[in-house]
Ligand binder design. Sequence first.
Ligand code: SF4
Length: 498
Amino acid sequence: MDMETLKGWTGQRIKQDEIARYMDQGRDFIDDEAIEAAVRAAEGREPDPAHVRDILAKSLAVKDLVPAEVLTLINVNDKVMLEEMRAAALAVKLKVYDNRIVTFAPLYLGNYCVNRCAYCGFNSDNASAARKVLSQEEIRREVEVLAGEIGHKRLIVVYGEHPKNDVDYIVESLKTIYAVKVKTKRGVNAIRRINVNAPPFCVDDLKKINDAGIGTYQVFQETYHKKTYARMHPKGTIKGDYHWRLYAMHRAMEAGIDDVGIGALFGLYDWRFELIALVRHTQELEKRMGIGAHTISFPRLVPALNSIITPGWPHLVSDDDFKKIMMIIRLAVPYTGMIITAREKGPIRDEAVRLGVTQMDASSHIAIGGYTHAAAAQEKDKQQFILGDTRSLDELIRDLAGQGFITSFCTAGYRCGRTGKCIMDLLRSGAEGKFCKLNAILTFQEWVDDFGSEATKALAQPLIEREIGEVQRKNPQALAVFMDYYERVKKGERDLYL
Ligand code: SF4
């Protein structure tokens, strides 16, 4: 593609009217000065334990926290109170999501990019990155490995911002992925839910993506701090427009996408600012669009080729602060899904499930074509970052089962219309567990029978029996239907859900 065509494409992406109509008299919902001032004013002041306990009680009642309450939790450093926060985060997680962890795999379809983010190895100035966009045939082969060999049923598909990855390519690739059906030991497996991580689009393009049948649409703001945003994303690039990105989810919801995923790249700026802004973002969506974020992601910066982020960068987030971030997100938005990816190392991911996280990937390859080629080592020139946890799905499931967590492959929600406000209301009321626990057991049994190693089966099967016992006790009215489905799954029927 010649430079003129590329320039023309880039110049037409941003529709200013699709920003302006969401702003409030020309102002957005992130007030940098007010957040900065509040963070500075509270800095170093240990909050009153009684006040902290009131806030924790509010979270335990599955109520949102306001930014001032988030700020109070940020300033807790007393060891006893930190332990109380940790216990409350786990209690909220168990109350809303029970002991389920949803799993998925990332699938990167291309690494061409028109942007020049200062922290990213895929930026268009990096001539040493090996660029590629997968053809539909290559996508099909990747999915055959993901669904046929590993057993995944849910993907997050990642697209760069480039004409080669434009909306028509996205729609075609979604159709390709959904069409792959792979024979397994006991039945047929397929990808049943595709979440999409893509650039911000205009409403018309988002409607096309929605019509292709996606789960969650993710766009991360990276940093909500405007000065840092401007420094990281050069003017004149699409991503250089802070507001086009900030209102991506407003447009997605206007286009009919119910489930949206927001996130910040922790480490670009002061994590306390980003955390308050993330909470502001989901609350703004709830207020303006009627429903908050379906998921929140909180990736931490990791080394990349040609990145300006070096070990001395002032905002890198320590493990202790990272754990606090996870606890506070869980407490601030009790019913919102939380995703920790294999960017992070195994031990911190294992701990994260007890701090509130609800979704994790495994057997992940993030090089373009990485599942088909399955390189033993990570490929720095083909990856956006280096993975910290390279456990297989079988290993992760075994480790989670060892901690008493059941891995769910349930994708029933969006196929039954339990999305958006409907699923959020069910989560808030605790009624969601009625469906989700049952579907988690059914899909977990499917995976164990089709893909589990003997070592994993040995841990997973007793856990499944225990869960069935719990259904008997806690949800007896669903037992007959559930047991009918369960027996059919054991005999080899697949993709049964309630
Ligand atoms: S972070 Fe995304 S948009 Fe920015 S350069 Fe990297 S791939 Fe492109």
